[in-house]
Design a binder for this molecule. Structure first.
Ligand code: NAP
Ligand code: GLV
Length: 310
């Protein structure tokens, strides 16, 4: 078995170790330097591969994504046909994202953003404490990541809802779905968490109109993709005071350019696309499970639906 690794070379050693621990007889070649005969490769393990490159490997059995989001693969409109694309679903990735969401949800619920500013100004003042059960948290996206985080936030007592394409039945989480569900969902979300895939229909979903639909003083946490947000609209909503604060982990351009207004905005926290990072030793379990299914002639799990775009 032969693996093609098409991602940042810095990540290759850990992935080589993790995949060869699962498949000791396989070879693991890093693109482009170690690639020999392109017809020899069975599985491409990829993160944002160069457009047009995957098609030049004629015998791939699957494209295994190193991330949950596959927008960086689907930008390639010339992907090999009939080769399944497998999204990453991994315990560590899911738990890491839930930790990030819990951290910032509690931060905004307890208004730690306000207290942090007051610390610098030497202000000693207590704000009214809001009953957790009255705090309305909303998840845009209730998939692998959104549903786990929503359940954990609900377990703390928050009033949680989520918006997805299809209706969900998750204990403690009110389901809003479809186009008609979006506005009522936004109207009640005081802390909004974005965990949607980036597709044609979700690009720019955080814009002047949707931000205006959030309650006054709402906070936004974007841990999905930068292009979900129309930056000028978010900055305007922060400056007007309608949106209290935002934590942004993902950006249109990454790394975030040094002159971007987010870096210095007093109501914005920037994190460097680390809400949840892939841990190769754990994610290799998922790769192994899917490769074994394919080698046994069965369909892999969590393949991308090209029509939906996720
Ligand atoms: P997922 O399992 O595919 O879930 C996607 C969710 O979004 C589903 O609930 C889906 O609804 C909903 N959705 C998609 N399109 C929609 C639309 N047009 N209208 C309403 N709902 C829609 O994805 P995931 O594994 O949870 O990952 C979500 C995203 O997180 C990834 O795509 C990636 O961009 C991002 N991510 C970021 C980091 C980071 O470190 N910042 C790490 C990992 C992932 P249905 O359930 O009805 O299909
Ligand atoms: C990270 O952004 C991922 O999609 O897994």
């Amino acid at each position: 078995m032969r693996f093609l690794f098409l991602s940042g070379a810095d990540k290759a050693p850990a992935w080589r170790e993790a995949m060869l621990a699962k498949f000791p007889d396989a070879s693991f070649d890093i693109w482009p330097d170690e690639v020999t005969d392109k017809a020899d490769y069975d599985y491409a393990i990829v993160w944002r591969p160069p457009v047009g490159e995957l098609k030049t490997f004629p015998n791939l059995k699957a494209i295994l994504s190193l991330g949950a989001g596959v927008d960086g693969i689907l930008v390639d409109t010339d992907l090999p046909t009939q080769v399944p694309i497998v999204r990453l679903v991994d315990r560590c990735l899911t738990e890491g994202m839930s930790e990030y969401v819990l951290y910032w949800t509690i931060h905004y619920h307890r208004k730690m953003d306000v207290y942090a500013n007051w610390t610098r100004e030497g202000i000693w003042k207590q704000l009214r404490q809001i009953d957790t059960r009255d705090r309305k948290v909303g998840f845009l996206g209730l998939g692998e990541l959104g549903s786990d985080a929503a359940k954990k936030v609900a377990a703390l007592g928050f009033d949680v809802a989520g918006w997805s394409r299809s209706e969900k039945h998750i204990d403690g989480v009110t389901s809003y779905y479809g186009d008609d569900g979006l506005t009522p969902f936004l109207n009640r979300s005081e802390i909004l968490i974005v965990l949607l895939p980036l597709t044609e229909s979700t690009t720019g979903i955080i814009n002047a109109e949707t931000l205006a639909a959030l309650p006054e003083d709402a906070c936004v946490i974007n841990c999905a993709r930068g292009a979900h947000v129309v930056d000028e609209d978010l900055l305007a909503a922060l400056d007007s005071g309608h949106i209290r604060s935002a934590t942004l982990d993902v950006f249109h351009t990454e790394p975030l350019p040094s002159d971007h207004p987010y870096w210095t905005h007093p109501k914005v926290v920037v994190s460097p696309h680390m809400a949840s990072l892939t841990v190769p030793s754990s994610a290799a379990d998922w790769m192994e499970q899917n490769i074994n299914l394919i080698e046994a002639g069965e369909a892999p799990l969590n393949t991308v639906d090209l029509k939906r775009g996720y």
